[in-house]
Ligand binder design. Structure first.
Ligand code: KG4
Ligand code: ZN
Length: 347
């Protein structure tokens, strides 16, 4: 039996978790804890990297103790310490990597640096309806929008990605224009429930491009133009209509491109991961479209959609189980603020 501690600190969430990996069985989550810095960054309208790093320093050890307490384990019970090596904010990553390696050195246990996106795309394995390989992964977070073919642990082929803004960024920037604060994705989703999604005809860039790439920068400009016209006429319904129309535009592109990826590869399983995967409208539309085509859709548990330590511990455990990577018995570390997960598929 092997206990893997996972530490996530790539952006504005400090996440710690303990996962148990026995033999070749899918690892199970024993406990996890999270501290989100959203309120701290809200005043600035976005993440302030230096504040993020300092806050990770304050949170990571108390969260570790909480997780161990909840799991009824001691530090000495940990077999492997995993941490997010990248991509993300350099200073924030250094906190997690530094603490993970120091803790592992003190315990004389090995360490493993994990790719943040690999954590996201494997996160549904901790859910009640885990997928089977191979599958298409739609990765939709604040920094990434990618469609990936996943043939196994460590076997990832990039099929398409955003050429400008990420889907989460499109949600956040549009939400900001609607005065919804930071991070705006969930707030925009809530406001959209009261609006008419056909009220505004917003662009769906690259919808018919024939490839699997995305573009969301033009949408933000269109939302800006419409939001300006709402200024001075603060009508709650019109704001809700704009929110609903924005969400509909983003969701339509994500759904159509996911279906296209399934069609092109002939695969019949879809995994949706990353913060935007928590969006109700996206889930509703994907579920409907996939049910019609006999495609199974798998999501992480709602609380594991956004950044967390569980997915980092899980990814480390699955990499070790699959023989894709062995944990290191040395404690020198680096971080990779920019780090590609895979090779791009030949066109
Ligand atoms: O995966 P994540 O927690 O962090 C990154 O790795 O970026 O994703 C955060 C992103 C943010 O842009 C946030 O606004 C968006 O996910 N998000 C949502 C929802 N929940 C989080 N967007 C739309 N609807 C939601 N319910
Ligand atoms: Zn993330």
């Amino acid at each position: 039996m092997s206990l893997v501690l996972g530490i996530e600190s790539s952006c504005d969430e400090t996440g710690v978790a303990l996962v148990r990996a026995e033999g070749g069985a899918t690892p199970t989550l024993l406990a996890h804890a999270l501290h989100t810095q959203a309120a701290m960054h809200a005043d600035y309208g976005g993440v302030v990297p230096e504040l993020a790093s300092r806050d990770h320093i304050r949170r990571v050890l108390p969260l570790t103790d909480r997780v161990l307490g909840e799991a009824g384990r001691a530090r000495a019970d940990i077999d492997v310490v995993a941490y997010t090596r990248g991509p993300g904010l350099a200073g924030a990553l250094l906190v997690g990597a530094g603490v993970a390696c120091a803790l592992a050195a003190a315990l004389a246990k090995p360490v493993l640096g994990v790719h943040h996106l690999e954590g996201h795309l494997l996160s549904p394995f901790l859910g009640s309806d885990p997928p089977e390989f191979p599958f298409i992964a739609l990765l939709v977070s604040g920094g990434h929008t990618q469609l990936m073919r996943v043939d196994g642990v460590g076997r990832y082929t990039l099929l398409g990605e955003t050429i400008d803004d990420a889907a989460g960024e499109a949600f956040d920037k549009s939400a900001k224009l609607l005065g919804l604060g930071y991070p705006g994705g969930p707030a925009l989703g809530r406001l959209a429930e009261f609006g008419d999604d056909s009220a505004y005809n917003l662009p769906r860039p690259l919808l018919h491009s024939g490839n699997l790439d995305f573009s969301f920068a033009g949408l933000k400009t269109a939302v800006l133009t419409q939001a300006r016209q709402l200024e001075g006429a603060p009508c709650e319904l019109m704001r809700a209509n704009l929110a609903a129309s924005t969400q509909a535009a983003i969701v339509e592109v994500l759904v159509k491109k996911s279906l296209k990826a399934l069609e092109l590869t002939g695969l019949t399983r879809l995994v949706v991961a990353g913060g935007v995967g928590a969006n109700h409208r996206l889930r509703e539309q994907l579920n409907e479209a996939c049910a019609r085509r006999g495609v199974r859709v798998h999501y992480p548990e709602l609380e594991l959609c956004t950044d967390n330590g569980a997915m980092i511990a899980l990814a480390a455990a699955m990499r070790i189980q699959a023989g894709a990577e062995a944990p290191r018995p040395d404690y020198a570390f680096d971080v990779k603020p920019r780090w590609a997960l895979e090779m791009r598929a030949a066109a």
